[in-house]
Structures are given as structure tokens and as C-alpha cells.
Design a protein around this ligand. Structure first.
Ligand code: AMP
Ligand code: ZN
Length: 496
């Protein structure tokens, strides 16, 4: 079967055939989390969407180098060049070292990704681990004449860049329009132009995370780390650059400008953006207070939730929409996802033990229909990773698998090759591509999940947040888990 993959490229605003720079290989960079607090379910949606993309590229046989960074320095409150570093701010409040904050939230992020069955990236570099590379990049951009230094800080000169390049190439906006619609922000007295952004920021004496540089003690601007790390691990040009759509207008626009300025090249051929998870139509976000955390969703421990939903139900819920559509969270929608997920998971169980009856005579029409549903799995994923259509195709296959399993139809009515293809396609797409797995009877996963929940509850107790800790205990009880508390806190649990 011919397999041309088409992806929607934000850069060209159209669907294009995916042709990697090096045949058989894919370089993919995705902006990772800023590890200063727990990831909410919206962040998880973005990372799960890229996990789907990663998994499908692997399924097609590509050798994929997937780089997803950890932002542990340089990301200021308000996402601009103003305010405190998010990590340092949290460290001061918690009276901890910034690296203790980074460690805690990185470990938690990994546990959450594991619970959602997301594959780890090939490389997960950190901003603090690449200060030297970032300084080199600033030097390079200065040498090329696209940046200037003022009193220990270095800024990118957007208007100068736009004289020869198109600064708005990704967001599709004209420079004048952007200038007219931009407020004066931090460092404005130092910046030559309103849109200029910091490559390197001079550290105030009380600033916790700072490094020596040719411009004095300071720290890198947020946009710089992704250019430095993608350059280092994927080269000046690679195939896919991804992130949430909210990163596109500024963070990714600036990343392109930095790369073109230093290396003369837009770093990625295809820019892929995931859309937002919303609650009541509003983007889910920490600052708006309308977000909930993975464990709250698993336990139903949030006023917006009627009950808890398993990680695989949540993953399935995300797969029911294209990664480019917004998804509005509602109990009704996720309840429907739960029913659908259980149905397809049940089919996978039946399929695992299904043996074909002896082929007695092939029903051409059925044989053709089953082959077409198998083709549909590929067609849908080849059409910009259209997972809802893939689920539809699996649902169609599921109807046949269930009738063969119940013997309401004779599985000997299709060829042995079609039977094997049906089995392989269903398993490949359900488990490997969509990244789903069985929810129950998987003790190892339950252990991971319970360890995560117990850890979060112990933290809540340590912070004297007894309301949350009680909510977790009650929520778990309602779904059949009893926590055993002892002097050390909660260390184990039983099913009740
Ligand atoms: P941050 O840690 O804030 O840098 O965000 C990590 C990733 O989550 C980024 O790619 C964001 O675009 C993405 N993100 C943030 N909010 C949402 C949301 N409500 N829905 C989907 N993705 C989101
Ligand atoms: Zn980035």
C-alpha cells in the first residue's frame, strides 16, 4: 500500500506531503515543559499529541530522533522579558534551591507521562545544561549584526532583521501590524524597538540562577534555549518542530529569527502545532485557575468533575479529536470516551485469543470490507494524524472481530491473509500507534499510578493541605482503593 504522509504545516498554512531531509530519518524537536509546577491536563494533551505523532513515524519505519527539552531557567512570568524567573520564584517561596524545584517537577512530569503511556523522547536536554551553547549562539547573532548589547543584556534587533527577512513568516503577520499591537514591555528603555526580545538578560544581584558571560553575570532569554538545543542535537535544519499553538506567535517566531540570524536557515521544514484543551470554552491554564491536574482527573477530585477517569480513558478522549482542533473538557464527553475506549479495549482482549476457523469459502465482499477498514487506519493517520478517523476504522474492525469471537459469523469467511492483517492492524493501531493499553489487570501500571497519587497526597499533607489529602483518600475509596496510613505517612494500599 502506498503510504504518503501529509502534515499540516503552520509555516505554509497548508497540508503538505511529508518528505524528510534524510530519507528514512526524522528529526523532531518539541518544546517541553517549564518545570516550576505540576503539568496540568492541557499540557498533557500537547505532549500526548506529539507522542501520537512520534509513535506513528516510528510505525512507518522512520528512525526518529525526538528531542523534547526541559525548561529549567530563563522562562519569566508573563512569558516576556519581564518579571522573575518562574523556577527561581517558586524556589524562593518554597525556600528550596531552584534545582530542587526543577528535580521535583521533572520527576513528576516523567511519572505523569509514563502513566499516560507516552514514550520518552530520544534526548531530553535542559536549558541549564546548555548555557555554553546559548552564549555561543548570542555571540554568533551579535557577530552577524542582528543583536546589540546594552548594560549587560543582549537584545535581538527585530526591525533590522525584518529589513532582509520576514519576521512574521510563521504567524503570518506584518511587522507594522505587530508593532502597532504591542505594548511596551520589560527592558523597554534599553530596547531599540518594541518587538526586540532578550537573548541574554543581566542578572540583578538577588537573582538566583545566573552564569558568567562575555556581558557579565546573567541568564539566557527563554526563546534562546530551543534554538541552541535543536541546533546541537538536530543540526541547523531538521524536519519537524512542534509545540502548543500558544507558542507559535512569539516563542517560535523568535526561534526562527534566531536561527536565520545565526545560521541563515529556518530550522524546521514542518511546524506542527497542537490546539488547546479548554474548559467552558476558555483555554485551560494555570494562571486562569481553570486547570486540573492529572491525579485530580484520575480521582475525580475537582469540583468540575463528576467522577474519576482512568489514564487510558483520558488518552482515548484526546485521540477522539484531531490534535489541531480545540477540545472542550466536559464530563459528558469524557464519559462517552470511557464507554468507547472500554469497547475497543474489550475487542483487543478478544482478539488476543481469537483463532480463525477453517476457511471454507471466501465471502469476497466481507474480505474486501475488512481490508478497506485496515487501509482506513493508514489513510486516516496519513492525513495529518487524524486519530478520530483511525478510531472510526478500528470501531469498524471491532464489529467484525466481535462477531467472529461470538461466532455469530464464521471467521472462515475471509482469507487467512485478511484475518492476519485484521489482527495485526487492530493491534498495531490500538497499542503501538494510538498508545493505548488495557486499563485493568496491569498491576505494574496500577502500582505506578498509586505511587504517584500517594506521593502527591503525602506532599499535600506535608503542606498542611488536609482538604486535598482527605479528598484523595475519599476519592480512592470510592473507586476501591484503601490507603494505609502510618507514622512515615502513607506507604502502601490495598484493594477493597
Ligand atoms: P509550558 O510548561 O507552560 O511551557 O507548557 C508546555 C506545553 O503545554 C506548551 O507546548 C504549551 O503550548 C502547552 N499547553 C499549555 N496550555 C495548554 C492547553 N490548555 N491545552 C493544550 N496545550 C497546552
Ligand atoms: Zn521552545
Amino acid at each position: 500500500m502506498e503510504q504518503k504522509l501529509f502534515v499540516y504545516n503552520t509555516l505554509t498554512r497548508k497540508k503538505e506531503e511529508f518528505i524528510p531531509l534524510n530519507p528514512g530519518h526524522v528529526g523532531m524537536y518539541v518544546c517541553g515543559p517549564t518545570v516550576y509546577s505540576d503539568v496540568h491536563i492541557g499540557n498533557c494533551r500537547t505532549f500526548i499529541s506529539f507522542d501520537l505523532i512520534f509513535r506513528y513515524l516510528l510505525h512507518l519505519g522512520y528512525k526518529v530522533r525526538y528531542v523534547r527539552n526541559i525548561t529549567d531557567a530563563g522562562h519569566l512570568e508573563g512569558d516576556s522579558d519581564e518579571g522573575e524567573d518562574k523556577v527561581s520564584k517558586k524556589a524562593k517561596i518554597a525556600q528550596l534551591e531552584p534545582m530542587e524545584i526543577v528535580q521535583k517537577y521533572t520527576v513528576d512530569f516523567h511519572s505523569v507521562m509514563q502513566v499516560f503511556n507516552a514514550l520518552p523522547p530520544s534526548i531530553e536536554p535542559t536549558a541549564t545544561g546548555h548555557i555554553i551553547e546559548q552564549i555561543e549562539l548570542v555571540k554568533d547573532i551579535l557577530a552577524k549584526g542582528y543583536a546589540y548589547e546594552v548594560d549587560g543584556s543582549v537584545y535581538f534587533d527585530v526591525e533590522k532583521y525584518n529589513q532582509t527577512q520576514d519576521y512574521g513568516i510563521l504567524n503570518g503577520r506584518k511587522l507594522e501590524d505587530m508593532l502597532n499591537n504591542t505594548r511596551s514591555l520589560g527592558g523597554q528603555n534599553e530596547k531599540h524597538g518594541k518587538l526586540d526580545f532578550a537573548l541574554w538578560i543581566k542578572a540583578k544581584p538577588e537573582h538566583l540562577m545566573k552564569w558568567p558571560s562575555p556581558w557579565g553575570m546573567g541568564f539566557p532569554g527563554w526563546h534562546l534555549e530551543c534554538s541552541a538545543m535543536s541546533n546541537k542535537y538536530l543540526g541547523h535544519q531538521f524536519d519537524i518542530h512542534g509545540g502548543g499553538i500558544d507558542l507559535m506567535p512569539t516563542h517560535h517566531t523568535n526561534e526562527i529569527a534566531q536561527n536565520v540570524a545565526c545560521c541563515g536557515k529556518n530550522p524546521a521544514s514542518y511546524w506542527l502545532h497542537t490546539n488547546m484543551l479548554t474548559t467552558n470554552g476558555q483555554k485551560m491554564s494555570k494562571s486562569l485557575g481553570n486547570s486540573f491536574l492529572p491525579h485530580e482527573l484520575f480521582l475525580g477530585a475537582h469540583p468540575l468533575l463528576k467522577k474519576g477517569y482512568s489514564p487510558m480513558t483520558v488518552r482515548f478522549f484526546f485521540m477522539q479529536a484531531s490534535y489541531r482542533s480545540t477540545v472542550d473538557f466536559s464530563n459528558e464527553a469524557i464519559e462517552a470516551a470511557e464507554i468507547f475506549y472500554k469497547k475497543l479495549a474489550e475487542t483487543a482482549k478478544k482478539l488476543a485469543v481469537l483463532q480463525q476457523n477453517a476457511v471454507t469459502g471466501v465471502d469476497e465482499e466481507t474480505d474486501k470490507a475488512i481490508n478497506e477498514f485496515c487501509d482506513d487506519c493508514y489513510h486516516s493517520m496519513n492525513d495529518n494524524f487524524n486519530s478520530p478517523k483511525t478510531l472510526e476504522a478500528l470501531n469498524n474492525l471491532s464489529k467484525w472481530i466481535n462477531s467472529y469471537s461470538a461466532n455469530t459469523r464464521n471467521s472462515g469467511e475471509i482469507t487467512a491473509a485478511t484475518f492476519e492483517r485484521m489482527k495485526k492492524t487492530y493491534n498495531d493501531f490500538f497499542f503501538d500507534v494510538l498508545g493505548l493499553k488495557q486499563d485493568d489487570n496491569e498491576n505494574a501500571d496500577t502500582d505506578d499510578l498509586m505511587n504517584l497519587v500517594i506521593k502527591l497526597r503525602n506532599e499535600a499533607k506535608a503542606n498542611k493541605d488536609y482538604a486535598t489529602s482527605d479528598k484523595i483518600r475519599e476519592g480512592l475509596k470510592n473507586i476501591g482503593f484503601q490507603l494505609n496510613d502510618n507514622k512515615q505517612g502513607t506507604t502502601d494500599w490495598i484493594r477493597i
